[in-house]
Design a protein around this ligand. Structure first.
Ligand code: NAD
Length: 290
């Protein structure tokens, strides 16, 4: 069994980005600038945003963090987005999700300039991705594609089961892997909460992408020998033996599944760090397009 080291791979990608930034600095070219908007003070969201800002510093990007209170109105948020859309120095920006219930998430995503949408969530970018046109790919699926490619895991003609059909992970993953591309050409089955007898699909899968958000859901008996496992799930589980009071669990029961897997991503240290690295890559790409 080979552990797919997302942390090391993401560090390598960040190193490559940092080199590119250094070259741009030497040539007097624009330095990529990523902005992030966060609303309220949800612990997990704050952690994600802070690590995005920290990663910007690591690769030499400029970064701007806009922190807004929980009671920010939709109009106020749209106003902030408009400012970032018009700011020539900002290459890309994200609005950290989830948003408070009084704000319409889709309306917010629609308001972001597609050319600055480094999360790749805008319908224009989703449409381009679906049509195999060059675009900004959503960071988590992009990171998984990169992991498969860098570990030279062949997907062509393979049976891939994606568990979860969210707009940010499962569905784009299923679209990308079914496309005619280097990491692609797979026969993909997209499963979800209404799928019956999931085990019938998972037991036949050569590769499984687990993105359903249920801790340790996929167990050893559900997979075949030699399967490749990409575990996207991140769930906080109360654990008083830890300093922070919780531990992170993936969607895969690592102990039983890793005994049968040929490749597997751990949680933490698998897909998570790749998501941030690909967000930086998207930001660099938007800057290069100028
Ligand atoms: P979501 O809640 O939006 O979607 C979950 C999907 O799982 C739904 O489509 C649902 O139909 C499906 N599902 C639920 N129960 C199921 C079952 N029993 N069998 C089959 N399908 C089932 O989740 P999401 O935003 O895609 O996130 C999924 C997980 O990935 C979460 O734990 C999230 O924290 C994590 N995540 C990690 C990263 C990362 O960078 N590593 C990024 C995004 C999300």
């Amino acid at each position: 069994m080979i552990l797919i080291d997302g942390k090391a791979t993401s560090e390598q990608i960040k190193k490559e980005i940092a080199q590119e930034v250094l070259l741009r600095k030497e040539k007097g070219l624009k330095i990529p600038h990523l902005a992030a908007i966060i609303i309220g003070n949800d612990g997990a969201s704050m952690t994600y945003v802070n690590s995005k800002v920290k990663s910007c510093m690591q690769v030499g990007f400029n970064s701007t963090l806009i922190e807004l209170p929980e009671n920010t109105t939709e109009e106020q948020l749209l106003h902030e987005i408009n400012i970032l859309n018009l700011d020539k120095d900002i290459d890309g920006f994200i609005v950290q999700l989830p948003l408070p219930h009084h704000i319409d998430e889709q309306k917010i995503i629609m308001a972001i300039d597609p050319l600055k949408d480094v999360d790749g969530f805008h319908p224009v970018n989703v449409g381009k991705m679906t049509l195999e046109l060059p675009t900004l790919l959503p960071a988590t699926p992009y990171g998984i594609m990169e992991l498969l490619e860098r570990y030279q895991i062949s997907t062509s003609g393979k049976n891939i089961v994606v568990i979860g059909r969210s707009h940010i992970v499962g569905r784009p993953m299923s679209i990308l892997l079914s496309q005619k591309r280097k990491t692609g050409d797979a026969t993909v089955i997209l499963t979800h909460s209404r799928t019956q007898n999931l085990i019938d699909y998972t037991q036949k899968a050569d590769i499984i992408i687990a993105a359903l958000g249920k801790a340790e859901f996929l167990t050893g008996e559900m997979v075949k020998q030699g399967v490749v496992i990409i575990d996207v799930g991140i769930t906080r589980i109360e654990d008083n033996s830890k300093k922070q009071g919780y531990r992170l669990a993936g969607d895969v029961h690592f102990e039983s599944v890793s005994k049968k897997a040929s490749y597997i991503t751990p949680v933490p240290g698998g897909v998570g760090p790749m998501t941030i690295a690909m967000l930086l890559k998207n930001t660099l790409n938007t800057c290069l397009m100028k």
